[in-house]
Design a binder for this molecule. Sequence first.
Ligand SMILES: [Mg+2]
Length: 243
Amino acid sequence: MCRWPVGYWDTGRTADTRTTVGWVLVLLDLDGTLTDPHEGITKCVTYALDGLGLPRLNEQALRSFIGPPLQDQFASLGLDEGGVDRAVDLYRERFRDQGWHENRVYEGVQEALQALATVPFGLAVATSKPTPLAERIVRHFGLDQYLNLIAGATLDGSRRAKADIIRFALSSLGVDPADAVMVGDRAQDVSGAHAVGLPSIGVTWGYAEPGELEAAGADQIVGTPGALVAALVGRHDRLRDGE
Ligand SMILES: [Mg+2]
């Protein structure tokens, strides 16, 4: 967490200058957008279900855990509140120990962050994963050098909806919704952004089901980290050049 882009925070940028360079803050989802957590998440879900003596899930059901808040996914299996709490505790027991590093950065993401950091955009992670776990993963992969903030869920789940995490990130950095864009791989990234008044860019290399991002109303959809950079930088340059 070392860089602060020029502009918005320290030069009195106003609504008038906003339109000349466009967004100043890019909010990035973590799971399925920057990193592929499939192995860690699916093994931890299975560990939790085994611990509770519940039947294991098939691959498609396991994949649905990647993105939405954990509490909501366990509740969707029909667990009551106590069952959800026990499942989350078991999940985290394994995740803290092993699951967090059963994870990898998607090809091209490191380069994309590097490119976006020089534009310059402010960059922040906005994830439904608890902040301490998200920080550990981001630092493990050395992505923190590009980021102004890692905004995640609270451990007690009181802040876990994507819209609440986006609001928290914006208020932490003092950025207006009109000056930010949300990038993510699932419907809740899109709907969370729209609930706060941000546009959204959907990425297709993560865990969305076919048509999910379109149905959620993503403002733009990109297929590679390079295309994401082109979309953001291209918009920035067009606005700067007054086209
Ligand atoms: Mg995601």
